[in-house]
Write a new protein. Sequence first.
Length: 255
Amino acid sequence: MGNDFFFDIKGRSAMPFQVYIGGRGIGKSYSALRELALNVPSDEKWIYMRRTGKEIEACSTEFGNPFKTINNDFGTLIVPESGGKGAAEYFYNETDEDNPQLVGYGVALSTFAGLRSMDLSDVTITVFDEFIPERQVKRIKAEGEALLNFYETVNRNRELQGRPPMKLILLSNAIDLANPILETLGIIGELENMITHGEHRRTIPERGLYIERVGNAQSKKEMDFLRNQRRAKVKALENSVTDDEKKRLKRERTW
């Protein structure tokens, strides 16, 4: 576990905000869902979040249950129950068929504003899966602000009450530096700096933030970013060369 073939999120960081980007198909979602299923205390709840109501509704079916593989691998029986269109989804652990336990909620970022009356004070961790959509997917208006509103609503005054803040884990296969959530959270500049310096993991304690570019190979978008950055530097250097220097360099090249 935790090798090149399986990414293990467990113990990676203690920061309340954790962002994992890239590395399609190596286990980000699997390991995060495993943590929800196995390691959240019974007196606490968790949230599984997707961007749209359509996505979260798909998770309420037996076919779309995101915990299907976890159930098969660990003998758990976490099953979803739809709360209706636009409402929260409920996840129950039915290992004890006679006494199913509510263990978590499924919510959509796009419809959460209508759920603010819910008491979510028992939620200690949220996993937001696929928070960066593929390019062809329709954007949600003010996604970054919507996520901040969600966090403030659920977290409320925990730290003033001496409780730890809710942990928010953001997962994405897609890599898009123009994403509004990355922009609102002030992460774009950090990611650009990490890409420039070939850095894959960064902890920013004063912001309670951990960022990881998952996987070793650079994506096409990252390589394009570096290429454009190099071009901009060359252009700036060319613009800084005086006409006399250009003439001198031209004479030298003729020898």
